[in-house]
Design a protein around this ligand. Sequence first.
Ligand code: UT7
Length: 330
Amino acid sequence: MSHPSFQSAAALTAFGSYVPDRILTNEDLSRIVDTNHEWIVQRTGIVERRISAEDEYCSDLCFAAVRNMLERYPVQLQDVDFVLVATTTPDTFFPSMAARVQAEFGIASCGAVDIQAACAGFVAALQIANGLILTGVHRKILVIGTETLSKITDYTDRTTCILFGDGSGAALVERADKGAFIGSYVSTSGGEGHQLYRSSLSSSINGKEILANGKIVQNGREVYKWAVSQVPRGINALLERYSLTVEDIDWFVPHSANMRIIESVCEKTGIPIERTLSSIEHYGNTSAASIPLAIDLALKEGRMSEGDTVLLYGFGGGLTESALLLRWTL
Ligand code: UT7
């Protein structure tokens, strides 16, 4: 299955993940803010989330996910020629997390770039990796999606602190004779950027005053409305572009923002909920890490098989969307 307007010379060859040990339950949160387990489960589907230790940072989570990948797949990193890390919570803005990964694993010579597309970041990084491999210059790219959102969450704001958690996923993307990426879709609603942000410098977006407190700030209702109208529209546009139907999709992996958003998207597009993978219940919303974490949960449960057609759909801060259709090759 391929389309003349989309080219790919890349395939996934390894996958790994990591979540911190510490669990923050809904019960725990109800002792911090005015909330309760029932409200959180009913409105979001989240039961618990993982929280990094005080001295555990984004770079540590990146390293741990890559180590997990190396333990599970017979791959080596010496000839990796590009590292792409998608994150909104780097422990240092420079050096980049990608450069830290290069040093940690002693990768001889490679490009190293962090990308920032919030919850769409992991899928955006896969799209970029496919493009870099298509140039013919790059052959083996390490793509990581990692967040330590707990470090930028305002635990006095009950509308946001119940949502976010920490985690990390890693994938190896390699040049392949038969490219496994089938199609992609992107869209940006920058005019709505002030609905979801984190700022520690500027105090305005789109001419609107914002809080520059270094924490995540979100107008949940507006982001919710945007997601449940934009994501189905994007899925339909992508399927139409590549002359496919929902029956062609074996697994739908949306960003795990909120279970209700996922259910609404499934209802509007006709994608069966049983064909949907999420990491929301036990990890919460982990932004750039949520899609690789959902995939890895399914891999460990033996749910995905080689040859499956998988639709990844990241959406969030920006507001931005990145979707990728691929043939599963692991
Ligand atoms: O990953 C990036 C993209 N982000 C998203 O996709 C997030 C999108 N938004 C959401 O997931 C939801 O809007 C939330 C989970 C953030 C909120 O759920 P909601 O169903 O939209 O709730 P709401 O904001 O409409 O609030 C309903 C009520 C309000 O009370 P009143 O005004 O009806 O009396 C809130 O004050 O629920 C109240 N509320 C809470 N109650 C208990 C808000 N937060 C809480 C809470 N516990 N934690």
